[in-house]
Design a protein around this ligand. Sequence first.
Ligand code: FAD
Length: 236
Amino acid sequence: MTPPKPYTAKLEDKAQLNERFVQYKFELVTPNELQFSAGQYVSIKVSDQGVRRSYSICSSPAVMHGFELLIDHQPAGVGCTFLENLQFGQEIELLAPLGVFTIKPDQEETEIALVATGSGIAPFLSMLYERLQVDQDMRPITLYWGMRHANLLFWEDEFEVLTQAFPHFRFHPVISQAEPAWPLCRGRVTDCLNTHEQPAGVGYYLCGNAAMIADVSKTLLAKGVSEAHIHHEKFY
Ligand SMILES: Cc1cc2nc3c(=O)[nH]c(=O)nc-3n(C[C@H](O)[C@H](O)[C@H](O)COP(=O)(O)OP(=O)(O)OC[C@H]3O[C@@H](n4cnc5c(N)ncnc54)[C@H](O)[C@@H]3O)c2cc1C
């Protein structure tokens, strides 16, 4: 993997996806190319005192002149506020690429299950671009994404395009406080995982808050899944 180094990048665009989530697009300034593996993250300097915050890259590793981030603004702390106040064209300092939360080669895992809650979806969009579009990985890939309310979901168009183009990709949004009319999985992501057969050889990739990771790991271990096939990125 490429060793991390310091970069500067400027804010090129941002999109308010809903009341809570914002997608940021950065263009690299120096150096002007970033090679990374899907699942890696950047560490951004968010204060003059040198406070840093980590954010997973959600864009495709095929795009090397910039990167995109998906931010949950609910914590409303120093990191969120720094990003929220950035002006277009303003430069940031970061270290990248960081982390080892990447998909393992196919001789080790014959199927892939991606399990996210909230902003934990960020590295998975990058992984889907990498697996499906860049590497043309033919392994079955299932994405489970938990959110409290359906109106907080986003990227449905992206997932729909991928579902249509790649029949071996399946997407299950899971809503914990669903309206009665919600037609898909409801409850916690583990409830949805439990309704599907989990064959041997699946590699599980979990991303989100600590409670979700503990809950899903416990469920998988109880089902006999080996610890070696449970990978996670804890956001907090
Ligand atoms: C490897 C890694 C990758 C990450 N990737 C992303 C990402 O892609 N998108 C993203 O939005 N965040 C991501 N995070 C979380 C991010 O780094 C910050 O922790 C988060 O943005 C909050 O920072 P803050 O400075 O705004 O809040 P802080 O000032 O740190 O905290 C403010 C308040 O919010 C609470 N809080 C802090 N973090 C969270 C959280 N994640 N969820 C709920 N409450 C919280 C704190 O207890 C505190 O009360 C990642 C974290 C790690 C370690």
